[in-house]
Design a protein around this ligand. Sequence first.
Ligand code: AMP
Length: 215
Amino acid sequence: MMFVLLFGPPGSGKGTQASALAGRLAVPHVATGDIFRKHLREGTDLGRLARSYMDKGQLVPDLVTCDLVASRLGEADAAGGVLFDGFPRSVPQLYWLIGHLAGKGRALSAVVNLRVPDELILGRMTGRRTCTNCGATYHVVSAPPAADGTCTRCGSAVTQRRDDQEEVVRDRLVAYADQTFPCLAQLRDRTPVHDVDGVGSISEVQGRIFGALAL
Ligand code: AMP
């Protein structure tokens, strides 16, 4: 039973690493940001609510987010564990998760914290482009999409996420420092947190994560 948390500031490469790590652990990759974006694309009430926060670089309220995670954890494929990416992101979310898992006789297995210096983050984020269909990410300089601007994985349009614009990125970094960082500090008192250097190529960082978890 594996319940693994992946932390890292926006732009730390968390999403990219999470999908590889989930594959290796053979558990589903649960990214709350991806789930919110799916609702947004489908125009659901939850999507509209989430957008009003996401566009400002703020966290969606804890109750809404925890409800969403509870229903995801109730799906059959999550019974053997999941890799969380971008959840929990606040101290109340963390304690909700610990309580929710305890209610099912489960506990957190491991925490990975990807570290990237602030000065690298803004360039990574503002250059980031995302597939509107499958969510694959690109970077205008270091990992561009196909020459016609489409996704190399699924052929759909690749665009800049509204919340990857510089003003919003700055607010997301503030939310990370104010709300998510304290959550990580609380975790350190109860679960081993593996700090991993997030600077380097995708495969270098992946190697460090797998090494830290002895995979
Ligand atoms: P991400 O794709 O993880 O960077 O998330 C994009 C946006 O979705 C965040 O800036 C938040 O507005 C929202 N979001 C994602 N995960 C959470 C969470 N655990 N709690 C609250 N808001 C979240």
